[in-house]
Design a binder for this molecule. Structure first.
Ligand code: C5P
Length: 311
């Protein structure tokens, strides 16, 4: 199939960043990935991708977060997403991608994954490839473990690499405050540090779960829409590894928990620290306290929908 005609108008899509409410990491598999179980929540911190008609493939990036670690060549995950969609559909044209970033780069909040998901939706509409959700989810999973969730959004349980999703019922709105870090952490390095940590302490700590699951208490707290209940069950197996690579994060968690956060947790592979607040007023107070201490703190709520075309 060769497609080359699509919408002549640019298509603008937004996709959310995420926090892992719980992240349980099993052992390293032969494919280089760890088996895991996670509960994702999509947050109101968005990446915007506009797909413009063009003959070649190109990308430009701007935004409110530090951009120096974003590659602008073929390594850019949005460019890879566009190329993979073109390859899978036989589309022989191009696209110019204009990305506006608000999710911290290499911050553990799935910003790159959101760029990829937004690009798939935008190019699918621009090129008229009409793949539909299921095939887009399939291509998303090839691009990265967290990309399918950025398409779906909301609150969901992820298993396998994190790419096998089932929706989780969450009522109400949760208020989060995110403490951003100047320096990023590389996701593969954090997973590798966890493996080293487990090898070093194999006599004192429990072995990695052979079939990790999301604890029932987490699903109950989400269903109840109760932030106090949820704060008690936040957990992240990557946190110890992130603390080892970036020890300053321990003080950040303590600072937030001492200034009104119900609980704080490293988001995914870090270094962003996500604090859960009791309500919007508490979130504002916490944001002010973290900012006064010299940190960059932003507020977001969740859950929000996945990648969507903007009017
Ligand atoms: O899929 P993605 O490119 O986001 O993953 C980046 C890296 O994170 C992988 O190459 C792997 O080292 C690590 N990872 C893992 N197990 C997962 C997800 C990611 O080991 N389930």
């Amino acid at each position: 199939m060769t497609l080359s005609a699509g919408a002549a108008q640019p298509v603008r899509v937004r996709a959310p960043g995420k926090v892992n409410i719980v992240l349980r990491v099993g052992s390293l598999q032969d494919d280089g990935y760890h088996d895991l179980a996670t509960a994702f929540q999509a947050l109101s911190l968005y990446e915007h991708v506009t797909a413009h008609p063009a003959s070649g493939m190109s990308v430009e990036v701007s935004g409110t977060v530090a951009l120096d670690r974003v590659p602008l060549d073929e390594r850019n995950i949005a460019v890879r997403a566009a190329r993979l969609l073109a390859e899978r559909t036989g589309f022989d044209g191009g696209v110019h991608l204009e990305i506006v970033k608000h999710v911290p780069v290499t911050g553990g909040m799935g910003g790159g994954s959101a760029d990829a998901a937004a690009t798939l939706v935008a190019c699918d509409a621009l090129w008229g490839t009409g793949l539909g959700r299921d095939r887009l989810l399939h291509i998303a999973a090839e691009l990265g473990a967290d990309v399918p969730f950025a398409l779906v959004g909301g609150t969901a349980v992820g298993t396998g690499r994190g790419d096998v999703l089932s929706p989780a019922l969450a009522t109400g709105q949760f208020e989060w405050v995110l403490a951003l870090s100047e320096h990023g952490l590389s996701t593969p390095e954090v997973y590798a540090e966890l493996d080293r940590h487990r090898a070093r302490h194999r006599l004192d700590i429990a072995p990695p779960p052979s079939a990790p699951t999301v604890p029932d208490e987490v699903l109950q707290a989400l269903r109840a829409g109760d932030p106090t209940m949820l704060a008690e069950v936040l957990s992240n197996d990557l946190q110890a590894a992130a603390f080892h690579l970036a020890p300053g994060l321990i003080d950040v968690v303590e600072l937030g928990e001492g200034n009104g956060a119900l609980a704080g947790i490293v988001s995914g592979s870090g270094p962003t620290v996500a604090f859960l607040a009791a309500d919007q007023d508490a979130a504002i107070g916490l944001q002010v306290a973290l900012s006064a201490a010299g940190l960059v703190a932003v507020r977001a709520h969740g859950p929000v929908p996945g990648a969507r075309i903007e009017p």
